[in-house]
Write a protein that binds this ligand. Structure first.
Ligand SMILES: *Cc1c(COP(=O)(O)O)cnc(C)c1O
Length: 488
C-alpha cells in the first residue's frame, strides 16, 4: 500500500484504536486514543519516496456533492488522490526553493492544535497557548540577543512578518503626514516579500533605494551610508533599512553590525529578514555569522524552514514590543472580553490577525522532544550538507562553483571549455530537470549575475554526505548524457 493511503487508513479505521478505548465513554481515554491514532498515522506516512510529486494533474473529485459521503471514504481519497499531487519539500533530497523538513513532533503538534482549535488571539481565551507563545518568543529574542523589552508573535511566515515589521517601523519613525518623504533601503537580493510589504504599506517605488552589493552579494554598508546622507541632504526622511540574514538566492548574510552602526547614527529602524537564516542563531558554531543582529529593531524568523515545522509557522521578534501595539492596536468594545487582568498584551493587538491559530504549540512540542542542543546540531548539519556539495562540485571536472556554501546554500554551473556560455547554461538547467524526473533529487534552478545556475538548499537532518556527493555526481552524469544526445 502506498504511504499516504496507509496513513489515512491508520487514522480513520475504527479497528486501529487501542483495545478498550473505543468502547469507553471516558473523554480522556477517547482523546488519548485519538492522539495515539494520529501519532501512528504520522508514523505510517514515513519518509517520502521521491521529492517530486508522485502524481500530476488535477484530482478527480473537485465538485462539492449535494449529499455527503462517509468520512473514511473521503479521507482515503484525500490521501490517495490529492496529497500525492504535491512535491515533498520534506524529502531529504528536496533541495529547491527552501525545503521544509518538518519533524514528526511538529506534524503531531499541528494536528493536536487543530483538534483542540484554541483561538490564540487573546490571553483570556487561551491562557495556555498564549503563555507558550510568549515563552517561545522570549526564547527566540534571547537567541538574537534582544533586551527585556523585546516581544513579538507567531504568524503565517516571513512574508507576513516582513509586512508587520514594515508597518511597525513606519509608525515608529514617520509622522503620518510625512509618510511620502520616507525612504527605505534594500538591496537587489532582498526578498520579494519585502518589496510587496512596502507597496502594501503605501510606499512608492521612488521611496525605495537599492544599496550596492559587494562581491559576495552582501549589502555594501559604505554605499548605504552614502545613500542615507544624500537623502538627508535632499530633505528626505530615511527611516528603514531591511538587511537580510541568509538571502534566499545564495545564502548571503549582510554585514549586520556595520549596517546597524549606520542605522544608529541616523536613527533608522533596522529590520533583519532572517525568515530563512535566523535559525543559524541556534548553532553555537555558526551564530557568529549573524553578529550585529542584537542591534536590530525587528527580526523575521521562519520556523517552517530551518526549524523543522509544518507550514504556517513564522515569527516576528521586535526589540520593543510596545512598537507593535502602537502600530496595530485598535480600540474596540467587543474584544475586551479577551483581556486577562495583569497579563501581557493580547496577540490580536500586536499584528494583523484577530482570530489566529496557536502556531507556537507545534514548535513547543518539537523543542520539548528535541531539546535546544539537538535543534542547534540539526541546524549545523544543514551548513555541512552544503559544504559537502561544494567539495564535490570542486572535484567535478567541467563544473564550477558560482557561490560557495553559505547558510546551507550553494550555487554552481557547468563550465565546459568545449561549449559556449549559452550551451553550458542550457546543459546546466537540463541536468537539473533530468535529475528531478529521475526522482532522485530536486535541485533548484536560478540565475546569478545573469547566468543560469543550479542551486542546492539543504536543510534536512536525515540527508547525508553521500546524498550530497551523489547528487552532484548524478547531475554531472545527466549533463554528459544530454550532451551526447545533442551531439547525435
Ligand atoms: C522564505 C523567505 C521569505 C518569505 O517567507 P514565507 O514564510 O515564505 O512567507 C522572506 N524572506 C526570506 C529571506 C525568505 O527566505
Amino acid at each position: 500500500m502506498d504511504q499516504p493511503r496507509a496513513a489515512a487508513e491508520a487514522a480513520v479505521e475504527p479497528d486501529s484504536e487501542p483495545a478498550g478505548a473505543a468502547a469507553s465513554d471516558d473523554g480522556a481515554a477517547r482523546q488519548a486514543a485519538a492522539i495515539d491514532a494520529l501519532a501512528r498515522a504520522i508514523e505510517a506516512l514515513g519518509a517520502p519516496l521521491s521529492p517530486a510529486p508522485a502524481v500530476r494533474g488535477a484530482p478527480p473529485a473537485l465538485r462539492v456533492p449535494e449529499r455527503g459521503r462517509p468520512l473514511a471514504e473521503a479521507a482515503a481519497e484525500l490521501a490517495r488522490e490529492v496529497l500525492p499531487r504535491a512535491a515533498r519539500s520534506d524529502h531529504p533530497r528536496f533541495f529547491a526553493f527552501i525545503p521544509s523538513p518538518a519533524s514528526a513532533a511538529s506534524r503531531l503538534g499541528d494536528a493536536l492544535t487543530a483538534a483542540f482549535n484554541p483561538q490564540a488571539g487573546a490571553w483570556r481565551q487561551a491562557e495556555g497557548p498564549a503563555a507558550i507563545e510568549a515563552a517561545l518568543i522570549r526564547w527566540m529574542a534571547n537567541a538574537a540577543g534582544f533586551p527585556e523589552s523585546a516581544g513579538g508573535l507567531f504568524m503565517g511566515g516571513g512574508s507576513a512578518a516582513n509586512l508587520t515589521a514594515v508597518v511597525a517601523a513606519r509608525d515608529a519613525k514617520l509622522h503620518p503626514e510625512k509618510r511620502m518623504d520616507g525612504t527605505v533601503y534594500v538591496s537587489a537580493e532582498t526578498h520579494s516579500s519585502v518589496l510587496r510589504a512596502l507597496a502594501v504599506a503605501g510606499f512608492l517605488p521612488g521611496q525605495i533605494r537599492r544599496v550596492a552589493l559587494d562581491e559576495a552579494f552582501r549589502m555594501d554598508a559604505d554605499d548605504l551610508a552614502r545613500l542615507v546622507e544624500a537623502d538627508l541632504a535632499a530633505g528626505r526622511r530615511p527611516f528603514l533599512v531591511v538587511a537580510t540574514a541568509g538571502t534566499t538566492n545564495v545564502g548571503a548574510v549582510d554585514p549586520l553590525d556595520r549596517i546597524a552602526a549606520v542605522c544608529a547614527r541616523r536613527g533608522l529602524w533596522l529590520h533583519v529578514d532572517g525568515a530563512f537564516g535566523a535559525s543559524a542563531l541556534l548553532s553555537p558554531a555558526r551564530r557568529a555569522l549573524l553578529k550585529g543582529v542584537e542591534f536590530a529593531d525587528s527580526l523575521s524568523w521562519d520556523a517552517h524552514k530551518w526549524l523543522f515545522q509544518t507550514y504556517g509557522c513564522g515569527a516576528l521578534i521586535v526589540r520593543d514590543q510596545r512598537r507593535l501595539e502602537q502600530a496595530f492596536r485598535v480600540e474596540t468594545d467587543y474584544l475586551r472580553d479577551g483581556d486577562l487582568p495583569g497579563a501581557a498584551p493580547n496577540f490580536w493587538d500586536l499584528g494583523l490577525e484577530t482570530s489566529r491559530p496557536a502556531r507556537a504549540l507545534k514548535l513547543w512540542l518539537t523543542l520539548q522532544t528535541m531539546g535546544s542542543e539537538a535543534a542547534g546540531a540539526a541546524v549545523e548539519h544543514g551548513f555541512r550538507l552544503a559544504e559537502w556539495a561544494e567539495d564535490e562540485i570542486r572535484r567535478t571536472p567541467g563544473w564550477r562553483l558560482v557561490t560557495p556554501a553559505s547558510m546551507a546554500i550553494v550555487t554552481f554551473r557547468m563550465d565546459d571549455v568545449a561549449c559556449s556560455a549559452e550551451q553550458a547554461d542550457a546543459l546546466t538547467l537540463e541536468a537539473g530537470r533530468r535529475l528531478e524526473r529521475s526522482g532522485f533529487a530536486f535541485v533548484g534552478a536560478t540565475r546569478v549575475e545573469g547566468r543560469a545556475a543550479l542551486r542546492i538548499c539543504a536543510l534536512h537532518p536525515d540527508a547525508t554526505e553521500q546524498d550530497m556527493r551523489e547528487t552532484v555526481r548524478r547531475l554531472a552524469a545527466e549533463a554528459r548524457a544530454s550532451q551526447r544526445e545533442l551531439a547525435r
